[in-house]
Design a protein around this ligand. Structure first.
Ligand SMILES: C[S@@+](CC[C@H](N)C(=O)[O-])C[C@H]1O[C@@H](n2cnc3c(N)ncnc32)[C@H](O)[C@@H]1O
Length: 465
């Protein structure tokens, strides 16, 4: 029940309280017993409900006769919905035969004093239940001892939810005032958190941010579980230093890094704009990845670079710009239309003196360029099913110290799981990762950048473990 605690809903209810149904008022009390809205203590709204003719009409007249209310006890009280006392009486007798006063005491004790119905409401209700055949009464020493009849058990069963909720609220000791106050704060924080998350969900347009919300909530739940089991807040591990300042979700973080480290110039921007205009898909690498390729090319002092999968030449431009004047980039492209766009891109970016595109299926072109190797850096970014074969070729065309990079290798984790799937699995990415991560001739890592890049360095014999 997530209602506005301050709403007084009598008018709403009386609007519906018509025909043969009857309604109750909604009662709000400043309450320090256990509240249902919270599942704990706090301000508690007792919401009563309308019974229609489709409900339990057979009780209507008799219920109206009975006023039920718990006593106020030491500032704590439990009030129950009108008409529900009968089920508490039935429940008391379900736990053994009792006379009227014993029932009152039993309820008072079991609720730790929260609820003690008055004799003035209990005795008429017992009489009513007996008349309805739900109780059996036996006179012993001037007192009636009651026990449940079979139909009484059934009637009680029909309200099992109410009974369960009642005991969840009331069947445990009352916490100290200090505990109650702290608990109020916890509930307020919880509601605040719920509002914040709901607002975040409404405002965000990025699925990655939603994933980050879930991860943050998971961390919070884990910490609370830890407190529950060990009674203490978990120690921060060295990787989980207290966080300072706003935390950006991964995509925004990449964009922020790119703004600082990988700013596109006009030639690069125009490359993607022209590619779009020509109807090419926007599946080029991100600026951050382009810069990473440049860093790797520079680190390996690359003079010859091979790329498999050119599209419009965007990544090719990043790579070609990391080459010395006499360096060479060969990029392979199956689609002749794409290849034409690539040529124009290289010309406009003024790297056409060192970068060229070769047209055809890569597996046919690769054997033809074997004589032009070895290549210092090889970037694989074509059809994903071909990755394992491209890796074979990359290893043939590389030298010790060469770097082999492949794009789209993490795919939100899909590229990493189930690495034992056959090498010709649909994407080939898992097989690729399996191979580069285990091959002794390679030192490799997958990076969660873009949709994930795997970087591998070819080792010489002495370097291999
Ligand atoms: C993801 S795009 C390349 C993006 C490019 N590396 C960039 O970041 O700017 C993949 C390209 O590989 C090409 N391709 C697909 N299968 C190929 C194959 N068997 N041989 C060569 N190129 C292929 C596609 O036509 C497409 O242009």
């Amino acid at each position: 029940m997530h209602g506005n605690f301050n709403n007084h809903e009598s008018s709403e209810h009386s609007k519906h309280g018509k025909q043969r149904g009857w309604h109750h008022h909604v009662e709000e009390s400043e309450y320090r017993g256990h509240g249902r809205d919270h599942g704990g203590w706090g301000r508690h709204r007792h919401e009563e409900f309308e019974h229609s003719e489709h409900g339990e009409g057979r009780h209507h007249t008799s219920w109206n006769l009975v006023e039920e209310e718990g006593h106020r006890r030491g500032g704590r009280r439990e009030r129950i919905e009108r008409g529900m006392l009968r089920y508490l009486l039935l429940d008391a007798l379900h736990h053994g035969p009792k006379h009227g006063y014993e029932i009152i005491k039993w309820l008072e004790e079991q609720t730790y004093g929260r609820y003690a119905p008055s004799p003035g409401t209990v005795y008429p209700t017992l009489q009513l239940l007996e008349d309805q055949g739900l109780l059996l009464a036996q006179r012993v020493d001037e007192k009636s001892i009651y026990r449940l009849s079979e139909s009484g058990e059934k009637d009680l069963d029909s309200r099992a939810d109410f009974i369960r909720d009642f005991w969840e609220r009331n069947g445990h000791p009352i916490p100290s005032p200090a505990m109650q106050l702290e608990a109020e704060f916890v509930y307020e924080d919880l509601q605040d958190l719920q509002r914040t998350v709901a607002k975040g969900i409404r405002m965000t347009k990025d699925p990655q941010s939603l994933l980050s919300f879930r991860q943050a909530l998971e961390r919070c739940k884990n910490e609370i579980r830890h407190v529950l089991t060990s009674g203490a807040v978990p120690l921060q591990t060295s990787q989980e230093k207290p966080q300072r300042g706003p935390q950006l979700p991964p995509r925004e973080l990449e964009a922020a890094i790119a703004r600082l480290f990988a700013v596109e110039d006009e030639a690069l921007r125009q490359t993607t704009i022209r590619a779009k205009e020509q109807g090419l898909p926007s599946i080029q690498i991100a600026p951050l990845q382009g810069k990473l390729l440049q860093v790797l090319a520079r680190a390996s002092q690359a003079r010859k670079i091979l790329e498999i999968g050119a599209l419009a030449g965007y990544s090719g431009i990043w790579l070609a710009r990391a080459l010395p004047e006499d360096g060479r980039l060969i990029t392979l492209e199956i689609d002749i239309t794409h290849a034409e766009v690539v040529r124009e891109s290289f010309r406009l970016a003024q790297v056409d003196d060192r970068a060229e595109v070769r047209v055809g299926p890569a597996l046919e072109t690769l054997p033809q360029i074997a004589a032009e190797g070895p290549f210092d850096l090889i970037f694989i970014d074509a059809d994903k099913g071909g990755y394992p074969q491209y890796l074979e070729w990359a290893l043939k065309l590389a030298r010790p110290g060469s770097i082999i990079v492949a794009d789209n290798c993490v795919l939100g984790g899909d590229g990493l799981e189930d690495v034992h799937k056959p090498v010709n699995s649909p994407t080939g990415i898992r097989a690729y990762n399996q191979r580069v991560s285990h091959d002794k001739a390679l030192c490799s890592i997958a990076l969660p950048i873009g949709s994930g890049m795997t970087v591998a360095v070819v080792l010489n014999k002495e370097e291999q473990e």
